[in-house]
Ligand binder design. Structure first.
Ligand code: ADP
Ligand code: MG
Length: 724
């Protein structure tokens, strides 16, 4: 198809599409977690002592006894086969941020021609995928070629249905045989363990006697766009890169707020309905909604769960969104910035830590003791954000998130923490050396009185902060929509553990010097505010003044691109943070730098290649056709004595020339490979290559506004965003 035929065809198909009749809803209680091998199912199927031993492993993280593993495997297999599963898969999370699976059959053929179903404890707890094609940042070159998967007992197994049949999925870690983490789950589990230990220590210092294990929680709100597949099929950039590399801003953009809380098109409603049903079967407590800012943009938010399970569920959710979109004739774009000039997508990671005995440790309480505890944990966060801000920036650094951060619609690339005015005020008073009581009782020491009730809705009062306290948790807003939440959670847990340990050390010294616990905590918090209070910021994070103040007066780092951010993973203080806590060894951390840098380079190069190809093979030919037609007509008219204005033709020809020659230059620029270091190569991509891509896009987008619409080959922003 040439010119706009593909577009016309797409619009015809979409507008004549029979809407998918939503299936009659199944009752929530019938489908909820029906496909999960939950604790209650295990309890029903396993002998009492086996179940008890398994529960202990889940709670304490101890090694699973081989006999227990055999019994669990047998029950798991029976349950999965009763659900129609013939296969099982170890599901793991390599550093690509995607989900990987190693499939095997339950059945093994016998010499007599029959088959038996086989699935032992050994196969449950350990697999050996030939994962040599997964990025490992040099770890396996140094150690061993193979990686191993091992069941993560803290995340339940489930049956996944697809057109190819049902599969038992077992969440696993992925490690080298010497135990190096090759995946995103292993460090997350380690970070959960270290924050547990550090929080326990702090709670005991604060006088708690009964302290159950502390876990971190995560609720991740996911934004995404839906575009009809017919349009996407005509856009190589959307199909291959997940974002538009060209496209003129629509006349009607999000300045019209009618999308916000507007009616959802019936097709989208049917899609959301399918997504919810699938997620409910998997025990994922998510609710789709439509309250996003941009046209064609939607949100899905699960109720928070323990960080590890939430992280696995996040991955399942992204896969479900993508797959279900296809079934409904859409492409689901999880990219952070699919459309230039239109709001991007983020993933707000709501994070807190807590346990069953003390509750949410980031929730201000009703008693002086609870308030002391809350302020201590909150102080630990402030210290963490200041000391490890660059780490927070590095764990959200991807080529795609660079388009969003600091783009005056998303949090800036400067890490600071928003506390809300009341809490900020209290911390400032602590810094001054005294806090005034909430009531009229005058000056008080920490713990002697109760805090004023802190407003819970603080969340949306400051949308410009990358990391905001929202009443009983922190919301990390700078996380990208396409990202795994593991990296951000690992960073938060580890920073927290480091701060809590540091604080505990200080408090212990003061206690042994005879100090009262309230006075000791207050002194440590004062010290934290003096050294790290500069990271607390309640103003407008988008403003130019903040950018200036943050860097020049407060000494915070503005880290605009991934090329600037990733090298911090090699920073001494960050290497030390991970090594001292045991969350990542220097080798493991370094391998992450290598892998993420490689991914960054690759994604920019793929996009740059697409820009050059699309400019030369789609846009330039369309423009030349139009020029030929127009120039011919002008010549004909002049033959009969009508002199036409040639300036329009000249303008288009000029832009076409620019487009073509710059596309060629970009092609040569991508070919350059003699770089002194990975850092240098990344900077080249962030600066030179990205600059060239933008310049070509400018020319193309200008042409889109000049060339006859019936010749334009790419579906327009209007079409993709508004036709559903
Ligand atoms: P909003 O839409 O205003 O950002 P919501 O109340 O919808 O806020 O919550 C956003 C997310 O935060 C949800 O996923 C929710 O489950 C999660 N959340 C709530 N409390 C906590 C908590 N203590 N720890 C972690 N996440 C939480
Ligand atoms: Mg939110």
């Amino acid at each position: 198809m040439t010119g706009n035929e593909s577009r016309v065809q797409a619009i015809y198909e979409i507008t004549n599409k029979e809407p998918i009749e939503p299936k009659p809803s199944e009752k929530l209680e019938d489908i909820w977690a029906s496909h999960v091998f939950s604790l209650s199912k295990m309890q029903a199927m396993l002998p009492k002592d086996i179940f008890k031993s398994l529960k202990k492993t889940i709670k304490t993280g101890e090694k699973l006894d081989p006999n227990v593993a055999d019994a669990v495997a047998g029950a798991m297999r029976d349950w999965a086969m009763s659900m129609g599963a013939k296969f099982y898969a170890h599901v793991f999370y390599p550093l690509t941020g995607l989900t990987a699976e190693k499939h095997d059959g339950f059945i093994s053929p016998q010499s007599d021609g029959g088959i038996i179903s086989e699935f032992s404890g050994k196969l449950l707890i350990q697999g050996e995928p030939d994962g040599s094609s997964f990025p490992n940042g040099g770890i396996r070159d140094t150690f061993e070629a193979r990686g191993y998967t091992g069941w993560d007992v803290t995340s339940p197994a489930y049956v996944l249905e697809s057109e190819l049949g049902a599969t038992l999925c077992i969440p696993t870690v992925f490690v080298s045989w010497t135990g190096e983490a090759l995946d995103k789950k292993t460090p997350l589990l380690r970070s959960i363990a270290v924050v547990d230990k550090a929080a326990n220590r702090m709670l005991k210092l604060l006088g708690c006697t009964d302290v159950s294990p502390v876990n971190s929680s995560c609720g991740a709100e996911q934004e995404y766009f839906l575009v009809d597949m017919h349009f996407a099929n005509a856009r190589p950039d959307l199909l291959m890169g997940g974002r538009t590399l060209f496209g003129r801003a629509p006349a009607k953009g999000q300045q019209f707020d009618d999308h916000y809380f507007g009616a959802i098109p019936p097709r989208v409603q049917a899609f959301m309905h399918s997504v919810e049903e699938k997620l409910y079967k998997l025990g994922i407590p998510a609710k789709t909604s439509h309250n996003e800012v941009a046209p064609g943009q939607f949100e899905i938010a699960p109720v928070f769960e323990s960080a590890n399970v939430a992280s696995d569920h996040q991955q399942q959710m992204m896969t479900t969104l993508r797959d279900t979109a296809k079934e409904h004739g859409f492409i689901c774009l999880l990219h952070e910035k699919p459309f230039a000039g239109i709001n991007g997508s983020g993933k707000h990671v709501n994070w807190s830590i807590g346990n069953s005995t003390q509750g949410n440790l980031l929730d201000p309480g009703d008693t002086p003791e609870e308030n002391l505890q809350f302020l201590a944990f909150c102080g630990a966060v402030i210290r963490g954000v200041h000391l490890y801000g660059p780490l927070m920036r590095a764990v959200i650094a991807t080529a795609s998130n660079d388009h969003r951060l600091g783009a005056n619609e998303a949090p800036p690339a400067i890490m600071s923490v928003y506390l809300g005015s009341q809490l900020e005020d209290i911390f400032n008073q602590i810094k001054e050396g005294s806090i005034k009581a909430a009531s009229r009782k005058g000056i008080m020491n920490l713990g002697v009185d109760v805090l004023p009730p802190l407003a819970r809705d603080a969340g949306d009062r400051n949308r410009t902060s990358p990391f905001a306290f929202t009443g009983n948790r922190f919301e990390f807003r700078a996380v990208g929509s396409s990202q795994s939440v593991s990296g951000p959670l690992v960073a938060l847990n580890t920073m927290m553990a480091d701060s809590l340990n540091w604080m505990s050390d200080q408090i212990e010294v003061k206690l042994s010097g005879g100090s009262d616990i309230n006075i000791a905590v207050q002194a440590v918090l004062k010290d934290i505010m003096e050294k790290h209070g500069v990271a607390v910021f309640g103003g407008n994070g988008y403003s130019e003044e903040w950018h200036k103040e943050a860097v020049e007066q407060r000494g915070l780092k503005n880290i605009p691109t991934t090329a600037d951010a990733l090298p911090y993973l090699k920073d001494e203080s960050i290497v030390k943070l991970f090594e001292s806590t045991g969350v990542l060894s220097p080798t493991e951390l370094h391998s992450r730098f290598e892998v993420y840098a490689e991914q960054y380079l690759l994604s920019i190069e793929v996009e740059a290649k697409l820009v050059s190809d699309m400019a030369k093979t789609l846009i330039y030919p369309a423009v030349m056709r139009y020029l030929s037609e127009t120039a011919g007509t002008i010549a004909n008219l002049s033959d009969i004595g009508l002199d036409m204005d040639k300036s329009q033709v000249e303008k288009i020809a000029g832009l076409a020339q620019k487009l073509f020659s710059e596309a060629n230059e970009l092609e040569s620029a991508i070919a350059k490979h003699d770089f002194g270091s990975t850092e240098e190569h990344m900077q080249y991509c962030a600066g030179t290559i990205r600059g060239m891509m933008d310049s070509i896009r400018d020319a193309a987008d200008a042409l889109e506004g000049e060339v006859a619409d019936d010749l334009w080959p790419l579906p327009t922003y209007e079409e993709m965003l508004f036709i559903k």
